[in-house]
Write a protein that binds this ligand. Structure first.
Ligand code: BGC
Length: 376
């Protein structure tokens, strides 16, 4: 899987970062060849001595993304504010240790299945499957050790990284080959492309779990959000969708006019005490479409999210509670960041009225999401 740097149509150098994850104990012998703009440094070592590398992508504007092999994680994302000052807009840790300990999926690549599966159960082709339970009665973000906890290695001369998930891992059927490619363009877009294939029918739902704070610190309640969604999927007390698809009109879920996140959040009193819902994107046809626009008035930073997916999980960092010390000692309080996770709907495997997440053998799963940074 050798990839050359691609010269994009606008003349910018596109740097491909290849993440290769492996079945436990079968790390690849792949070698990294350095490419313009992709610098490799050692980020740390995991318990068995395996070295984990960090790749730095930098564009002509100075925007910098750091991506590490453990979890194919977006570790840092430095983007300019209205004065040109760079600030890191994603939560996480300065060192590998933080990522090895408990944390709520900071920056990780989520797989095999983004968000929840009710009771970890689904039936496929007449057979019942039980996936690992790691969120009360449910399965969350791929199980106990989802893709965010796997070591990924760059493969051969490319910087596109792939993961071979063995048949039965976390309860999911089929051997899944997944790949994620991060690309930083001179237009300040961070593109994340996913592909996967399986030898048996299996559910797949991959996403990125970056926690954004466009101010670089503090709360995101003052950030303003636009969502291109007329409808959302309500969820029960364990955050499993009820199966309904209801209009946002007249509810605190209506973000069709950009609205500050804090404006109506106090109306969401139950679990999770904030936004943690799947929004149904308008006009889904599998092509890249604008899903969300987030702005921070103080720094002037704006982020657009474009995706090929039918849904976005808007999670307002409700479970952050000040117990995690992150980068430069920052204490992450409730609403210190938010996630915009492009995805198929949670628990789709148990809701025939939701777009299917079943990948058939011989077919290729594809997902593309672009986070584009602007100032105003
Ligand atoms: C979920 C939240 C969860 C968070 C971290 C989000 O995608 O919707 O309920 O707490 O991930 O696990």
């Amino acid at each position: 899987m050798i990839r050359k740097p691609v010269l994009g149509s606008a003349g910018f150098v596109v740097v491909l970062l290849s993440l290769v994850a492996f079945a436990p104990g079968t790390l690849s012998q792949g070698q990294v060849r350095e490419k313009a703009g992709a610098e490799k440094t050692i980020f740390g070592k995991i318990e068995d001595g395996t070295v984990i590398n960090l790749f730095t992508l930098k564009n002509a504007k100075g925007t910098t993304a750091t991506i590490m092999e453990y979890g194919a994680t977006l570790q840092g994302l430095w983007v300019p504010d209205k004065t040109g000052k760079l600030g890191d807009v994603v939560l996480g840790f300065d060192g590998l240790e933080g990522y090895l300990g408990p944390h709520p999926y900071f920056g990780g690549t989520i797989g095999r299945f983004a968000n929840r599966i009710a009771k970890g159960k689904f039936t496929l082709d007449g057979k019942e499957f039980s996936t690992a339970l790691n969120d009360g009665p449910n399965s969350l973000h791929g199980g106990k050790e989802g893709f965010n906890r796997k070591v990924k290695r760059p493969h051969a001369a490319s910087v596109r990284l792939t993961y071979f998930s063995p048949d039965g891992e976390e309860g999911f059927p089929g051997t899944l080959r997944a790949a994620v490619t991060y690309t930083l363009t001179d237009e300040n877009e961070l593109k994340i492309d996913y592909t996967a294939s399986s030898d048996k029918a299996t559910p797949v739902n991959l996403t990125s779990h970056a926690y954004f704070n466009l101010a670089g610190s503090g709360s995101v309640l003052d950030h303003s959000l636009y969502l291109n969604a007329d409808k959302y999927t309500p969820a029960d007390a364990t955050l499993i969708p009820t199966g309904e698809i209801v209009p946002v009109e007249g509810t605190p879920f209506d973000f069709r006019q950009a609205t500050s996140i804090g404006a109506r959040i106090s109306q969401l009193t139950g679990n999770p005490g904030g936004y943690d819902h799947n929004f149904v994107l308008n006009g889904w046809n599998g092509k890249l479409k604008l899903a969300a626009r987030l702005s921070d008035p103080a720094s002037g930073r704006q982020m657009e999210m474009w995706t090929t997916e039918p849904g976005v999980q808007f999670y307002s960092g409700n479970f952050l509670d000040g117990t995690i010390k992150g980068k430069q000692g920052a204490v992450y309080q409730k609403h210190a960041a938010l996630c915009l996770e492009a995805q198929h709907f949670p628990d789709s495997v148990n809701h025939p009225n939701f777009p299917t997440t079943i990948l058939q053998p011989g077919a290729i799963y594809k997902q593309e999401t672009v986070y584009k940074f602007l100032v105003n």
